[in-house]
Structure formats: C-alpha cells, structure tokens
Design a protein around this ligand. Structure first.
Ligand SMILES: CC(C)(COP(=O)(O)OP(=O)(O)OC[C@H]1O[C@@H](n2cnc3c(N)ncnc32)[C@H](O)[C@@H]1OP(=O)(O)O)[C@@H](O)C(=O)NCCC(=O)NCCS
Length: 208
C-alpha cells in the first residue's frame, strides 16, 4: 500500500552536536615522548630517561601510561601539547603508580586528580584490588592529592631517594588505596571523576 506522504510528520529540527570536551586523556604514544621529556626534566629531581619511557611503552606489558592533552590541538594554541602524564604497573592484583606529573604552568586545575582517577579506573579494569605508590616525604602537593582520593600512609622507606644535584636525600612514604575492587571505595571515585570532568570542561572551555 502506498504511504500517505501528506500526513508524514516533519523531521525533528537538527540538534546541534554536543560541544567537544576541551581536553582528553589518551594512552601515551612514542610520538608524545619529546613533550613528555620536556615536562619530565621540569617536574622531577631525578627524571627518567627517554630510553626508560621507550622501554615502558614498547616492552613492558604490565605498564600503562596516559597523557592529558587538548582534544583539538590546532584549535587551542593557548595550551601546550601535553598538560599532564602518568603511568602504572599492574602486578597480580596490585597497581603501582610509577609516575604522575602536571605541567608546572597548569597545576591546581584538577588535572592531576583527573589523571589519577583515570589511572585508577584502568587499574580497576585490569582487576587491581589495591593501588600503592612511593612519594617523597616532603612532597606535600602529591601527598595531599593521594590523600584526597583515599590513599593512606602505610609505611616509610628511609633515605629511599638519594642525594642529587637538585635535592637532598629523602625518605619515601608508602601510600596505599585499599579495596579498589569494592563498590564502597569505587563508587565515590566514579562520582568524583564526573565532578572533576565537569569542572575541567568548564575551566578549559575558553581561552584560559
Ligand atoms: C602532584 C601534582 C601531580 C599535582 O597535580 P595538579 O594537577 O596540580 O593537582 P590538582 O590540581 O589535580 O590537585 C588535586 C588535589 O591535590 C592536592 N594538591 C595539589 N597540589 C597541591 C599543593 N600545591 N598544595 C596542597 N595540596 C595540593 C589538593 O588536595 C588538590 O585538591 P584541591 O585543589 O581541591 O585542594 C603536581 O604538583 C606535580 O606535577 N608535581 C611534580 C611531580 C610530582 O611530584 N609527582 C608526584 C610524584 S609521587
């Protein structure tokens, strides 16, 4: 039977596409390494070498690394190519945060927290039940970040960080987030990730 075209309802008005998030988190690639190295030497007293990163990306199946970058770099010449980066190892049901850093000029904008929440999400997907890390005893910024997401100090390694040209010998605190595989721990982290993403979308939506 022929359809009655005269009674076909008009198509709904075209919806404008949802605005694209200004920043994205993506797996670290070899092509990111020159930007990673530029930040590495600015962020750490004992920076990792390019070779270490290359090995981590190409020969370590237990490792995963992420970067925070502009979603559309040509549209955001006001932003650097990388705003933050970090990575973890998974051993059995344990995740170890190997490194995390935010571009020195883009700190205190929740990027470190967003990235750490993303690393924890990936760790959880890979069946991690606990997440642990070492941090310099005097690194207040990092310690506060870890505490904010529920990490607890569980031990101390005396003089773990040797003297360098830029920093004296220092103890490491061992910090652990337990029961990552339980809803009681994970649900608030998911909720926090949504809040952080909303805040970052808002904070980075125009030229900053
Ligand atoms: C630690 C580091 C990654 C934090 O990155 P960031 O993007 O500035 O952190 P965020 O903006 O996401 O901060 C999240 C929370 O961490 C804590 N925090 C971050 N920087 C802080 C600071 N300077 N002082 C106190 N608390 C701080 C706060 O609780 C903050 O939440 P709030 O802003 O609501 O108070 C960054 O300082 C860095 O790159 N440091 C050098 C590298 C390093 O030490 N890495 C850790 C190795 S273990």
């Amino acid at each position: 039977m022929a359809s009655d075209l005269s009674s076909t309802p008009p198509p709904p008005p075209a919806r404008s596409p949802a605005p694209r998030a200004p920043l994205t988190i993506a797996p670290m690639r070899l092509a990111d390494l020159s930007a990673v190295m530029e930040l590495e030497v600015r962020c750490f007293n004992s920076p990792w070498s390019l070779d270490v990163y290359r090995r981590e990306l190409t020969r370590n199946p237990r490792a995963f690394y992420r970067v925070v970058r502009p979603a559309d770099p040509p549209a955001r010449p006001d932003l650097p190519p990388l705003l933050a980066y970090g990575g973890c190892w998974i051993t059995g049901d344990e995740c170890h945060v190997m490194t995390i850093a935010t571009h020195p000029e883009w700190r205190r904008r929740l990027l470190g927290e967003w990235l750490l929440l993303d690393l924890l999400a990936e760790a959880r997907l890979r069946a991690a039940a606990v997440c642990t890390l070492e941090v310099r005893a005097g690194n207040t910024a990092a310690i506060r970040l870890y505490e904010k997401l529920g990490f607890q100090e569980v031990g101390r390694r005396p003089s773990y960080y040797p003297t360098t040209a830029h920093a004296p010998r220092e103890d490491a605190l061992i910090m652990t987030l337990f029961e990552l595989n339980t809803g009681a721990v994970w649900r608030p982290l998911i909720q926090r990730r949504r809040e952080v993403e909303t805040a970052i979308d808002r904070g980075f939506s125009g030229s900053s």
